[in-house]
Design a protein around this ligand. Structure first.
Ligand code: UYC
Length: 228
């Protein structure tokens, strides 16, 4: 078992991302030994910046009800594995927790809530954003939100992912809506029930930006200097 684990951990460091995800999922099914392996892996990685493989490993331990896993996370990653930096003193812990448990519907609502907090008192009361407010968002906060989404979605969700799809579509909004599953033919996907609140969704499906008031807000989000 020890050799098997050493081998798995070695492979985790060298394999392609796709195989790394497979290995993490394999560890998740290996009971006590697998749990130990995931903990060792996360500790070894914690000096570097954490990506979606570490996110997947963290989520498995987060969902694991053993005292061992919970004590480990409390001791080493009480705030998760993404640094929750904010230039405006915003608390991203609720968003981190929703994403850690893959509750993407709650995470999506919290994201809009946090963006309104970032914009200020008027936006909090209005419950939606002006594009001029988005343009003034600090790079740090947008990167924190985006990294949380990417790390906890195997790289599938987040504004920078949507931006990549949008650029790939030549900045054509109609193409983007279809590719990320917000529109099918002439029909808008209906909020909330028709959206896909899991990793079965197309790349870039989440977080949502309501299009009721036009594309200016999402345009400001996807054009923000945070992604350059
Ligand atoms: N909704 O259709 N949406 C809402 C989307 C549109 C509408 C919220 C996304 C089209 C109304 C979110 C799409 C449309 C409300 C989204 C979508 C429309 C609402 C909750 C595909 C009609 C109640 C957060 C593009 C044709 C709004 C929020 C209110 C809510 C997201 C209708 C996240 C991505 C054009 C009437 N829709 N929305 O922002 O003010 O309210 O009560 O985009």
């Amino acid at each position: 078992t020890v050799d098997y684990m050493t081998d798995l951990l070695d492979r985790l460091k060298s394999e392609s991302v796709r195989n790394q995800l497979q290995l993490v999922k394999q560890l998740a099914e290996s009971g006590e030994t697998g749990r130990k392996g995931l903990m060792t892996f996360l500790l070894e990685r914690s000096s570097q910046s954490m990506g979606m493989i570490e996110g997947a490993a963290y989520q498995i331990l987060y969902a694991d009800n053993t005292a061992e896993a919970q004590t480990f996370l409390q001791a080493h990653f009480p705030q998760g594995i993404v640094p929750l930096h904010s230039e405006r003193d915003i608390d991203y812990t609720p968003l981190q927790q929703a994403l850690a448990k893959q509750d993407f519907l709650t995470a999506d609502r919290l994201t809009l809530e946090k963006l309104c907090e970032l914009a200020g008192e008027l936006a909090i009361q209005r419950k939606w954003l002006y594009f001029t407010e988005v343009e003034r968002f600090p790079i740090t906060d947008l990167q924190t939100i985006d990294t949380l989404w990417r790390v906890h979605s195997e790289g599938k969700f987040g504004y920078s992912v949507q931006r990549d799809v949008w650029l790939g579509a030549g900045k054509d909004w109609e193409k983007l809506w279809t590719q990320i599953g917000w529109k099918s033919g002439n029909n808008w996907t209906r909020y909330p029930n028709e959206f896909t609140w899991s990793l079965a969704a197309p790349k870039g499906h989440l977080p949502l930006s309501n299009q009721l008031r036009g594309v200016r807000v999402i345009n400001a989000l996807l054009s923000h200097p945070a992604w350059q």
